[in-house]
Design a protein around this ligand. Structure first.
Ligand code: AHR
Length: 305
């Protein structure tokens, strides 16, 4: 039980695993909870975590990954801000023999030997769950005008949540997406887009927001326009963070599809296995549910984030 000196030269069999983690940013409540989960889990697992925040910029993430390669960390994990453009830096990690774990978001690289595994949610399934709820909720309506608040352009959750949702609602032509714009997964973005939207499309029936934060911003804009969120305009969002769940319990949001940010413990397990040379599944899925206002009221008191 003696702590090994950092960077200690040889001999010690208990040298800490060094993990470099390149986070997307701090754009949402989800992201804050995800960062905390990774930091807490690293501590609990005795893993030396090097953490960087890319402020939603791919070039910053690439720089961080390159610096982890230079520092010769044992494992690199990252949540890619967008899907494309990673092959070069991933090849550099591979050449340096440093295994890479994708957490939360995927890359669209054709060569899947560039990463060990992808740990996170099925975003297409989340979009489908949102769509399924809409179909039921508006079963008796003859036309439904929908506005979509998209996540960060080019990111896996924005692409996949749009796709899953569109797949479900296309079955009935009464559903039309009359506007679809990015709010970059932020509350301010959701508010701004909704303000403009309410002017160009004042008769929308529903807003589908790719995350809670943008939905919360939309609520502010709807209220400022003198309308009642959850009634005049219904809202379905993704994440189920505390502020989202609170709005759901108050009937301002009507339905939330859960996306769990608590990936830290699973990530540390994977990192240990990879370091020990054990094999891991190429795709590790997160378990998730959905919430109605009643279910939100029940879940809120014990909600961790
Ligand atoms: O990648 C996960 C998404 O990123 C979350 O749903 C969103 O809130 C976050 O910004």
């Amino acid at each position: 039980g003696v702590d090994s000196a950092p960077g200690g030269s040889g001999g010690g069999g208990d040298a800490k695993i060094v993990l470099g983690f390149a986070q997307v940013g701090a754009e949402s409540g989800w992201r804050t909870a995800n960062t905390k989960s990774v930091q807490d889990a690293a501590k609990d697992a005795g893993i030396d975590l090097k953490f960087s925040d890319a402020q939603q910029k791919q070039e910053n993430q690439i720089k961080a990954i390159r610096s982890y390669i230079q520092q010769k960390v044992d494992v690199i994990a990252f949540s890619p801000v967008v899907e494309s453009g990673w092959d070069t830096v991933l090849k550099e990690a591979k050449t340096a023999n440093i295994p890479v774990v994708l957490t939360d978001r995927a890359v669209d690289s054709a060569d899947d030997s560039l990463y060990v595994t992808f740990l996170g949610s099925d975003f297409v399934a989340e979009g489908k769950k949102a769509g399924d709820w809409v179909v039921k909720e508006f079963a008796d309506a003859s036309t439904v005008k929908i506005a979509q608040l998209e996540g960060t352009t080019g990111s896996a959750p924005a692409i996949d949540r749009a796709e899953g949702f569109a797949d479900v609602i296309k079955a009935d032509p009464k559903f039309t997406i009359v506007a679809s714009q990015t709010g970059d997964f932020t509350r301010a973005g959701g508010k701004q887009v909704t303000e403009a939207l309410l002017k160009s499309n004042p008769d929308i029936n529903l807003i589908y927001a790719h995350n809670d934060d943008m939905g919360l911003g939309a609520i502010e804009a709807i209220e400022a326009a003198g309308k009642v969120p959850g009634q005049d305009i219904k809202l379905v969002t993704v994440d189920a963070v505390k502020d989202g769940m609170t709005a759901l319990s108050e009937g301002k949001i009507n339905f939330i599809v859960e996306c769990s940010p608590l990936l830290g413990p699973q990530l540390m397990d994977v990192v240990k296995k990879v370091k020990a040379g054990e094999s891991v599944e190429k795709r590790i899925l997160t378990e998730e549910t959905t919430f109605t206002p009643e279910q939100a009221k029940e879940a809120l008191p014990s909600r961790q984030y």
